[in-house]
Ligand binder design. Structure first.
Ligand code: CTP
Ligand code: MG
Length: 220
């Protein structure tokens, strides 16, 4: 007889993850999601953990890769790509996570943390890290408007988890944002923050991939 290790609060939940990997990597200078870290591409690292942490995974890819890799074709913006993924998530999914392919070192534990927060009643859950710099809110003319209290700021990561119906509603008017939590927040949803992970860095510039390769070689 097998041992059922599913936490009680997860009974009846169907957890799906959308990995968005359809960006063009402008700041990197190319499609960073297909760069190698050791023997695997950046996207493969992200998808492997997503698969371990979810009942199913949808990978959103550029048109050049989607068919060959059994993914779905992305859109012109990150939000549009998330919507391409959402259209492929089965209707019986109850919790949907959205994860950036550009974060290869998100842990299965981090997925569990954000999913558990949804099971506990939140509409959305995001990993957040304390901000070390003082952050200024500025105008288009580079004039400081205000200085938010740093103690109330966090830098957020993915995976971000949501009650499926709430994420679908938040995307229903085709809004744009750099993350999904913002769309749920502006719809009145309650988004909670769990402890982020410094290792879960987003690869944005070539310097970031050098860091990622060094990490896997035990050099950092
Ligand atoms: N992404 C996507 N579709 C887009 C834009 C972004 O699927 N149209 C994905 C990226 O592949 C990445 C994640 O969203 O995994 C976070 O985006 P970002 O780090 O900004 O990646 P890029 O948009 O590719 O990079 P840049 O902004 O420098 O062009
Ligand atoms: Mg981008």
């Amino acid at each position: 007889m097998g041992v059922n290790t599913m936490p009680t609060q997860r009974v009846g939940e169907k957890i799906w993850t959308i990995v968005v990997a359809a960006g063009s990597g402008t700041r990197f200078g190319g499609a960073k999601q297909f760069e190698l870290i050791n023997d695997r591409r950046v996207v493969d690292w992200a998808v492997e953990t997503a698969r371990a942490a979810s009942d199913g995974v949808i990978v959103v890819l550029p048109a050049t890769h989607a068919e060959r890799e059994h993914g779905v074709v992305g859109g012109a913006s990150r939000s549009a790509s998330v919507r391409c993924g959402l259209a492929a998530v089965p209707a019986d999914a109850t919790i949907i996570c959205v994860h950036d392919a550009a974060r290869p070192f998100a842990s299965e534990f981090l997925f569990d943390e954000v999913v558990d927060a949804i099971c506990a009643g939140a509409d959305g859950a995001v990993p957040g890290l304390p901000v070390v710099d003082t952050i200024k809110f500025i105008s288009n003319e580079n004039v400081v408007i205000s200085t938010p209290n740093r103690a109330q700021l966090v830098a957020v990561q993915t995976p971000q988890a949501f009650r499926a119906k709430i994420l679908r509603e938040a995307h229903s008017t085709n809004p744009e944002s750099t993350d999904d939590a913002a769309l749920v927040e502006s719809n009145g949803g309650r988004v909670v923050v769990v402890h982020g992970d410094p290792l879960n860095r987003k690869l944005t510039t070539p310097e970031d991939i050098n860091w990622a390769r060094a990490i896997t070689r035990g050099e950092v």
